[in-house]
Design a binder for this molecule. Structure first.
Ligand SMILES: Cc1cc2nc3c(=O)[nH]c(=O)nc-3n(C[C@H](O)[C@H](O)[C@H](O)COP(=O)(O)OP(=O)(O)OC[C@H]3O[C@@H](n4cnc5c(N)ncnc54)[C@H](O)[C@@H]3O)c2cc1C
Length: 410
């Protein structure tokens, strides 16, 4: 007897959860099996470093959608680790040997926290932040006066620093580079972010890197720096990025580069296997070059494209990259791909707010990066994003002049 194969999703995170939802919305009547290593139903990660740490949000509010919706959609949530993919038999093999046959398979495995290769970096005392459970371990440690050392001046490290300061902790942040946020934002915006954190009392140490982690014998963590100094802390958080979880794809012989290689329809090198979210390396809608995005918006939009194509559709990922970061009462947003720009035009908005527009050789917008008090920049950044999405070619003078309404350029 012919048995209906399931739509199988590996990774019950943001992309996985949304893909399951979309498969039903698009009319798939057969079984959907979503397999994830975490015990939780899919949830959104952005609050983990923000509202969940400050106490403004709880775990329930992070849910991608209510549990009742998963039940209504008859999505089987299987808490297990997937060990390997048998592409010849079209089956995934779970830790323990159970096999699940798939009609089409989505790999939405996200990433693993990157570890530092210095002595003591594997120690149990060091915390990372990727999951709800990680946030639940960190949150109670953020008490007034607690000393926190954060390694990494990227988005997660900075958001944790902001949340910890809001909880009254003493925060030291170590960054190996000469500026914060590396190449993710223009230097002027990185400098504004640095000034904001320093103004909020964060001891930011640039061009500083840990050479060893340990304990002082009195229950404190120690972080030795390359200059010989030693920091003592109650808690050490390491936020140095993720490594895309490509191991299943690699072992199955799928094409993998800086992520699982997919085409614009999120198809891997195997016709029955798709990939979406943080783990997928896909062609940029702007340049056609392979890119990978670790953002809420990417997981959200790719999940729907993947689901449509798992059902035989022909959708492509045409949405431009976009992300935000909230720190204190400030917001940072980047839309498009600033790195493709050959010219930068800054619009200074007052109140320490700024939007940088990135133009290609034809004067066409390819990106916008902005930062400032949320009340000042949120609306402007929305319009900047719209301009980039519409690939406008505005005059540089108009972009630079805060007296010219962005809406009029759209
Ligand atoms: C603390 C934090 C704050 C963030 N803030 C922002 C923000 O402000 N703005 C923004 O745009 N983005 C933000 N992001 C990024 C955004 O949340 C991610 O890009 C998004 O969650 C990626 O979704 P995903 O489904 O690709 O991966 P994930 O949500 O990571 O899901 C992957 C899941 O796959 C599971 N898995 C992996 N391998 C296996 C296996 N072999 N078997 C079973 N399960 C497996 C993992 O356990 C995990 O649960 C933040 C991320 C974090 C961690």
């Amino acid at each position: 007897m012919h048995q209906i194969r399931a739509m199988v999703i590996v990774g019950a995170g943001h992309a996985g959860g949304r893909a399951g939802q979309a498969l039903r919305e698009l009319g798939w009547k057969g079984p959907i099996v979503m397999i994830g290593a975490e015990t939780h139903l899919p949830y959104e990660r952005p609050p983990l470093s923000k509202g969940l740490l400050t106490g403004a949000q709880d775990a329930v509010s992070c849910a991608l959608r209510p549990a009742a919706d998963h039940d209504r959609d008859l999505i089987t949530h299987c808490v297990a680790w997937v060990d390997r993919i048998d592409t010849r038999r079209r089956e995934v093999v779970l830790d323990g040997g159970r096999r699940i046959a798939y009609e089409a398979l989505l790999l939405a495995t996200g990433g693993h926290l990157r570890r530092l290769s210095v002595p003591g970096a594997g120690g149990a005392g060091l915390l990372g932040l990727r999951t709800l459970d990680d946030a639940a371990s960190l949150q109670p440690r953020l008490t007034p006066g607690a000393r926190l050392v954060i390694v990494g001046g990227g988005f997660i490290g900075l958001e944790v620093a902001a949340s910890a300061r809001q909880r009254g902790c003493e925060v030291t942040l170590i960054e190996g580079a000469a500026s914060l946020l590396g190449r993710a934002v223009p230097p002027a915006i990185g400098a504004r972010v640095l000034a904001l954190h320093r103004a909020h009392g964060v001891d930011v140490r640039l061009q500083a890197s840990p050479t060893a982690f340990g304990t002082d014998g009195q229950g404190h963590q120690t972080v030795q720096l390359a200059d010989g100094s030693v920091l003592t802390a109650d808690t050490v958080v390491v936020g140095v990025g993720i490594v895309p979880a490509t191991e299943l794809a690699e072992a199955a012989g799928l094409a993998v580069a800086r992520g699982i290689r997919v085409d614009a329809g999120l198809r891997t090198s195997d016709a029955h296997v798709f990939a979406a979210g943080d783990v997928a390396e896909f062609p940029s809608p702007l340049s056609g070059e392979p890119i990978r995005q670790e953002t809420w918006h990417n997981a959200e939009t790719q999940a729907r494209v993947a689901a449509a194509n798992m059902l035989g559709g022909h959708e492509t990922c045409s949405q431009l990259p976009w992300f935000w970061s909230d720190q204190y009462d400030h917001q940072l947003q980047v839309s498009g791909e600033p790195a493709l720009g050959v010219r930068r035009v800054s619009r200074l908005l007052g109140d320490e707010a700024q939007i940088d527009f990135h133009l290609d050789g034809d004067g066409r917008l390819v990106g916008a990066s902005g930062f400032g008090p949320t009340t000042v920049v949120a609306r402007e950044l929305k319009l900047a994003r719209l301009l980039v999405e519409r690939r406008r070619q505005p005059a540089a003078e108009a972009l630079a002049d805060p007296g010219v309404k962005l809406k009029s350029l759209a």
